[in-house]
Design a protein around this ligand. Structure first.
Ligand code: FES
Length: 180
């Protein structure tokens, strides 16, 4: 079981530009990190990750903000966001549960584990893409190999990593989130 405890990201509710405000402290950190790159543009992925970590997803205002910050055209940022599957353009739950579906985990019962989470949370296990509860607390999705194939089935809840996840362990993870 992982022991890194990330703070659940903050959420912004709409794509209204008025709600997209990068806090001064985060902007200062970003500005400092950009100085480590030979060209501003090379900091694109770092910056997108930083904004997604803070907001939970990347609305178009985040893409435009990033482009202005790095002095590139927004289309370049948009291409990155749509190319890399780890970037999200829609809001997700406060807790994002990622269940590995690659071979070892599939053989170890990850499909049933995913269904178990969906069933517990009232989500459609067969729906397309990430599924989010109506109250915005939980999202559940399948992901590809999380690089711990020998301890299947493997999953993450935000930044916490869990191995050999039984249904009972899944219930404990959910209960832990609900009690926070
Ligand atoms: S197959 Fe699941 S961690 Fe590699």
């Amino acid at each position: 079981m992982g022991n890194r405890h990330a703070q659940p990201h903050e959420q912004i509710e709409t794509h209204d530009p008025m709600t997209f405000v990068v806090p001064p402290q985060l902007e200062a950190e970003i500005d400092e990190r950009i100085t480590h790159y030979p060209q501003k543009r090379s900091a694109s992925l770092m910056l997108l990750h930083a904004l997604q970590e803070h907001f939970g997803f990347l609305p178009k205002e985040a893409i435009e903000w990033t482009a202005r910050k790095l002095e590139v055209q927004p289309i370049h940022m948009h291409e990155l966001v749509t190319f890399y599957p780890m970037f999200r353009q829609e809001p997700v739950g406060k807790y994002v549960i990622k269940v590995c579906r690659t071979l070892s985990c599939a053989l170890g019962g990850s499909k049933q584990l995913h269904e178990h989470f969906c069933s517990k949370l009232g989500l459609d296990a067969h729906g397309h893409g990430i599924q989010t509860t109506k109250d915005g607390r939980f999202s559940v999705e399948f992901v590809e190999c999380l690089a711990s194939c020998g301890t299947a089935p493997v999953m993450m809840c935000n930044e916490d990593f869990y191995e050999g996840v039984s249904h009972a362990k899944a219930d404990a993870i959910l209960a832990d989130c609900k009690n926070k």
